[in-house]
Design a protein around this ligand. Structure first.
Ligand code: COA
Length: 347
């Protein structure tokens, strides 16, 4: 069976940069607090009206497709990972298909938040390995800046996230490519890092003055003023609980990938961790006894771009010559769900 290899990779960061100092005009925070807890110095925000999750994905995809030596017309399937879609439905996959003038190919949206790109990559890998498709476009893109609480109430989350997109084209190869992917979830902690509304659950009614879901006015079930007043349309995160689980699951899923292929951490040319928090990456590096040159971090300049973070970091590492043909590379992610995942590949 052939392997699937990343034949082309691209990234897009919107030009508008927002520093930690810039955020202090909206909320009670400081450059010192943000840098000390997260490592982040700045992030990019999409243009308010002219850029969306899909338009950013198009920019990244164009580069990936060109570098793969193919065209948008030759793409056989799209897998699109995002938690900040242009519409509640339909998903961004079909919007990308339309925007790039592609054939009437399949387009699948993946909703696995920070692990989204790795889940998407794993799905695409199966289609290539079985020979069903020749060129699969895998995208991670996020426009977080539209959906964050920029008041002091939301500061523990809003300072972390940034906008951007990354994309790869997978093609079959005999001599290199994805060795294995490893996907996990634990829904027991689903509400620890989540955006509750709009949604079809009815748990919020006890918080909004209605005793039960049945008492709620029918027109307010999906989105009500009370939900907005309680900031339920913004993400919620118990940061310390996320941190504690992440520092266990990141090393675990990286070791799982290495062991499955008979390797150890010292064999890695590069680990590309999801850029959740610089402190988490440093903890993982220490735990696996990796050298600085074996771990790629760019959260300092982009913040956490969720589904886009792994392809953006991988693309940047490759563009800087830090990854070359034949190198052993591990991609790993952890996030909301909880979900976590890894992929081991030879570049
Ligand atoms: N600026 C200034 N102060 C802030 C702040 C901000 N942006 N955000 C929170 N604080 C305050 C809190 O209000 C709290 O104040 P108090 O002690 O007066 O109540 C204090 O800082 C500590 O808050 P806490 O939430 O305990 O901070 P923390 O040390 O856990 O750091 C995170 C918060 C979010 C940086 C940290 O928990 C984290 O990185 N967790 C992992 C999150 C993550 O990776 N998420 C992405 C998952 S993929």
């Amino acid at each position: 069976m052939p392997r699937s290899r990343i034949a082309g990779i691209g990234k897009y960061l919107p030009p508008h940069t927002v520093t930690n100092q810039d955020l202090t005009q909206y909320m009670d925070t400081s450059d010192e607090w943000i840098q000390e807890r997260t490592g982040i110095k700045e992030r990019h925000y999409a243009h308010r009206t002219e850029e969306t999750t899909t338009t950013m994905a198009v920019e990244a995809a164009r580069i990936a497709i060109e570098r793969a030596g193919t065209t948008a017309q030759e793409i056989d399937f799209i897998v699109f990972a995002t938690l900040s879609p242009d519409y509640y439905f339909p998903g961004c996959g079909v919007l990308l298909q339309r925007a790039m003038g592609m054939r009437e190919i399949g387009a699948l949206d993946v909703r696995n938040q920070c692990s989204g790109f790795l889940y998407a990559l794993s799905v695409a890998d199966q289609f290539i390995k079985t020979g069903m498709y020749k060129n699969v476009l895998v995208v991670g893109s996020e426009k977080h800046s539209f959906g964050l609480d920029f008041s002091t109430r939301g500061r523990n989350i809003s300072v972390i996230f940034g906008d951007g997109a990354g994309a790869v084209v997978l093609q079959a190869a005999e001599d290199r490519g994805i060795l294995s992917t490893h996907l996990h979830s634990d829904g027991g902690s689903a509400e620890i890092l989540a955006m509750y509304n709009p949604g079809t659950h009815a748990n919020h009614w006890t918080d909004t003055g209605y005793a039960t879901f049945d008492e709620a006015p029918i027109g307010e079930m999906f989105m009500s003023h009370a939900m907005i007043d309680q900031a339920q349309n913004f993400p919620y995160m118990d940061g310390q609980a996320v941190f504690k689980k992440a520092v266990v699951k990141f090393p675990e899923v990286i070791m799982e990938a290495l062991k499955a292929n008979g390797y150890q951490p010292s064999d890695l040319k590069m680990l590309i961790p999801h850029q959740a928090n610089l402190r988490i990456s440093q903890f993982v590096q220490q735990k696996l006894q990796l050298r600085d040159d074996q771990v790629y971090n760019n959260i300092q300049h982009y913040g956490n771009t969720t589904a886009a973070s792994v392809p953006i970091a991988l693309c940047e590492a490759w563009e800087k010559g830090r990854i070359q043909d034949g190198d052993l590379v591990c991609l790993a992610a952890f996030g909301s769900g909880f979900t976590w995942a890894s992929a081991l590949l030879t570049w």
